[in-house]
Design a binder for this molecule. Structure first.
Ligand SMILES: NC(=O)c1ccc[n+]([C@@H]2O[C@H](COP(=O)([O-])OP(=O)(O)OC[C@H]3O[C@@H](n4cnc5c(N)ncnc54)[C@H](O)[C@@H]3O)[C@@H](O)[C@H]2O)c1
Length: 317
């Protein structure tokens, strides 16, 4: 076992799937004790058992809905009571709603803002004071490349991820004096369930299968979450402010800063391409009130069948 992080404690939200699961597993393989906090607590419990069986750091699962501050406080306090401190907070839980804003209902804003922005703010609020008190700790907020560029086709996701980038930049500057670190993680495309909607997200189109959506993602060359976690954690330990993995996605970030107008044009062409792909597939936007939208329900109700009911947002990176 790599023992670099032995004696450290990490709280990972959204630890029951995808990037969160991979981060928790990688942390534990380096000796760190991990808490997997997720709405899907049964999955988190199974993963925690798996992690412990591999013989790295210890692992616990906690039920957590990041939209509820009282739940965050409970999980943070339980972890502090048990371990004496939280060295790393990974504010990673997130959802995506795919589709253009002319087809949004209010829930398409609220659901995403509540998890992706309010959830991150609540995490900071619940854990940061204990880090300030101990004069140590590192908060890693997961935004996205969509938090750095005009990722059209998924406006509420893009907006919340920009907000998480801003929140983290301000936190990084403020926290320094307290001996606390903050970094923002901006994944490109990573091969996880969110690409086809995840358990609590949705894609506001009809007549499209998960396989079609994954095929649309192919050109973005999604990275395996395990490799992402290894590279991202190395960057965390180097205390990088912006963690953009896979590295080639940095090109979009640089372009947006060097020439915002060219960046708008590039993302405009990507949107045109996506519209054309969807049209070729015969997919049509599902508007609020459409049967397809009602059938998909909102993010509080996971899909009942394994069918592709919630393909994810092709530009939600
Ligand atoms: N996969 C990608 O390509 C990609 C790209 C950029 C950013 N991200 C971001 O990475 C993070 C992790 O996403 P992922 O790709 O692993 O997706 P995922 O769908 O595999 O995992 C998301 C996890 O968050 C949990 N979750 C959702 N709502 C929650 C809530 N209210 N409270 C607690 N847990 C909740 C889910 O149960 C799930 O376990 C997200 O913030 C996402 O926006 C992912």
């Amino acid at each position: 076992m790599n023992k670099t992080l032995q004696g450290k404690v990490a709280l990972v939200t959204g630890g029951a799937s995808g990037i969160g699961q991979a981060l928790a597993t990688e942390l534990a393989s380096r000796g760190c004790d991990v808490v997997l906090a997720d709405r899907q607590v049964e999955l988190a419990t199974a993963i925690a058992k798996d992690i412990e069986a591999k013989g790295g750091g210890r692992a616990w699962a906690e039920a957590l809905d990041v939209r509820e501050f009282s739940q965050f406080e409970r999980v943070a306090n339980a972890t502090l009571d048990r371990s004496g401190g939280i060295d790393f907070l990974f504010n990673n839980a997130g959802i995506a709603v795919g589709g253009e804003m002319d087809g949004y209902g209010l829930a398409d804003w609220d659901d995403v803002i509540d998890v992706n922005l309010r959830g991150v703010a609540y995490g900071v609020q619940a854990v940061y004071p204990s880090m300030v008190k101990r004069r140590t700790g590192h908060i890693i907020n997961t935004a996205s490349v969509a938090g750095l560029v005009p990722a059209a086709g998924t406006g509420s996701y893009c907006a919340t991820k920009h907000a998480v980038v801003g929140l983290t930049k301000a936190l990084r500057v403020e926290a320094r004096v307290h001996g606390v670190r903050a970094s923002v993680m901006c994944p490109g495309a990573i091969k996880t369930p969110i690409l086809t909607g995840g358990t609590f997200g949705r894609f506001n189109y009809r007549n499209i299968t998960a396989r079609d959506v994954l095929a649309m993602w192919d050109e973005a060359r999604p990275m395996a979450p395990e490799l992402f976690a290894r590279k991202a954690l190395d960057a965390v330990l180097r205390d990088e402010a912006y963690i953009i993995v896979p590295g080639w996605w940095k090109a979009f970030w640089y372009l947006d800063r060097v020439s915002p107008s060219l960046s708008l044009r590039v993302w405009g062409s990507r949107l045109e391409k996506m519209r054309a792909q969807l049209a070729r597939l015969g997919a049509t936007a599902a508007r609020p009130g459409d049967a397809a939208r009602e059938e998909h329900g909102d993010v509080d109700e996971p899909p009942a069948s394994g069918e592709s009911v919630r393909p994810g947002a092709p530009l939600a990176t």
